[in-house]
Design a protein around this ligand. Structure first.
Ligand SMILES: *Cc1c(COP(=O)(O)O)cnc(C)c1O
Length: 412
């Protein structure tokens, strides 16, 4: 056999050892990172399929290359499924990531210096919603709406007040670290009252939305999402909108921002969307939320401060300053015990973003690995032992590993 025919495991020992170590890490630790998930085997196979060969600049029926018969059918299928799942008129499935999906929407309707109103990163928003280190903060004039200082919820009256005063051209509803429901319809009404466009960035909530258990963003002018978070698809992005924006969105994605689409990822997106239509997926999404609610409940029973007192989604924030830690300390203590979370700012955080006062906890990955509501007391106990009782995390590592080996589904 030549090296062009051998799989990685026989050809390159070092790289293969890393692959095996990463598999071990994934399946022998408790991954509570809210933005990560385990895709199905079918999705991973599609990503590694021969569709990664094809150059297909352009769109179905209008490509710059020959040989696009089957990629055209794959992309058309992905588009049709996306439209159906989100109940919207138009879809572009080519964005390589959520960040590029957002950038394409901005490019399609904004000029440099136009005003955007969004939730700031430190209150749960995303870098691409206008943070000063990101293109969005450099090219546009950004104003932020804060969360209510007492409830830490979105205050729609305040959003409306700021919108009326600032007259933004675009309002963004969506977040990376907000655990409660976002009323996208109310945001649309506010946008209409000031003549703004509404972008619903549902990167985190998309899986719950297509399962019908989180508010629908379908009245927004634009919806962007990643496909690799709660949707359980390949890494990538999508854009949905009303059909009147089809041409400007398509031109913003290609040729403005991207070159050839990753057809292997688009096949995987189509596979993911097929799976999203099944009752099994709906049950999965429901379980994700039930697990998050139950995990939050057990942490609260152990006197941990869960922001907003619970969750209505797949994630929540825990204030760790109240137990004498910073976010970064909590993250690394948990990591030593084989539990992954990420440090996160909490609303009105007094610590700098590199330190943070909280951690974000999510259940998409552990639910994909088969954990049920009945397992959440044990997961909470591990967290409490590390963060509150300050048991030496390396002593707990083996216990966590055994818990994973005993309770996770053997998928790969
Ligand atoms: C994750 C996320 C993105 C960006 O996705 P990438 O694929 O990492 O570029 C955009 N918006 C929100 C709200 C997100 O949570």
């Amino acid at each position: 056999m030549s090296i062009f025919e051998e799989p990685i495991y026989s050809a390159f020992e070092y790289l293969n050892s890393l692959l095996n170590l990463e598999k071990k890490r994934l399946f022998e630790s408790i991954n509570l990172i809210a933005s990560e998930n385990l895709p199905s085997k079918a999705v991973l196979e599609a990503v590694g399929s021969v569709f990664s060969v094809k150059y297909a600049e352009g769109y179905p029926g209008n490509r710059y290359y020959g040989g696009c018969e089957f990629v055209d059918r794959v992309e058309t299928q992905a588009i049709e499924l996306a439209k159906k799942l989100f109940d919207m008129e138009f879809a572009n499935v080519q964005p390589h990531s959520g960040a590029q999906a957002n950038q394409a929407v901005f490019e399609s309707i904004l000029k440099d210096g136009d005003k955007i109103l969004s939730l700031s990163l430190d209150h749960g928003g995303h870098l691409t919603h206008g943070h000063k280190v990101n293109f969005s903060g450099k090219r546009y004039n950004v104003v932020f709406y804060p969360l209510d200082p007492k409830t830490y919820l979105i205050d729609l009256n305040l959003v409306e007040e700021i919108a009326k005063k600032e007259k933004p051209r675009l309002i963004i509803a969506g977040a990376s670290a907000y655990s409660r429901e976002i009323d996208f319809d109310a945001f649309r009404d506010i946008a209409d009252s000031v003549g703004a466009y509404l972008l619903a960035d549902v990167a985190h909530y998309a899986g719950l939305i297509v399962a019908g258990i989180y508010p629908s963003p379908k009245r927004a002018h634009f919806v962007t999402s990643t496909t690799h978070k709660t949707l359980r698809g390949p890494r990538g992005g999508i854009i949905l909108s009303q059909s009147s924006f089809a041409n400007s969105i398509n031109r913003a994605v290609f040729p403005f921002l991207q070159g050839g689409p990753h057809m292997n990822s688009i096949l995987a997106k189509a596979v993911c969307f097929e799976i999203c239509q099944t009752t099994e997926f709906k049950q999965y999404a429901e379980k994700v939320v039930l697990n998050a609610e139950e995990l939050a409940r057990h942490l609260i029973l152990n006197d941990l401060n869960v922001i907003t007192g619970g969750t209505s989604s797949h994630m929540f924030l825990v204030d760790v300053v109240s137990i004498g830690l910073t976010g970064i300390e909590a993250q690394s203590l948990l990591e030593e015990a084989g539990i992954y979370v990420n440090k996160n700012t909490i609303p009105y955080d007094k610590n700098p973003p590199a330190v943070c006062s909280g951690i974000r906890i999510g259940t998409p990955m552990i639910t994909s690995l088969g954990l049920e509501v009945s397992h959440m007391a044990q997961v909470a106990e591990f967290i409490v032992k590390v963060l509150k009782e300050r048991q030496a995390p390396d002593n707990l590592r083996e216990e966590v590993r055994q818990f994973c080996i005993q309770n996770f589904k053997k998928i790969f």
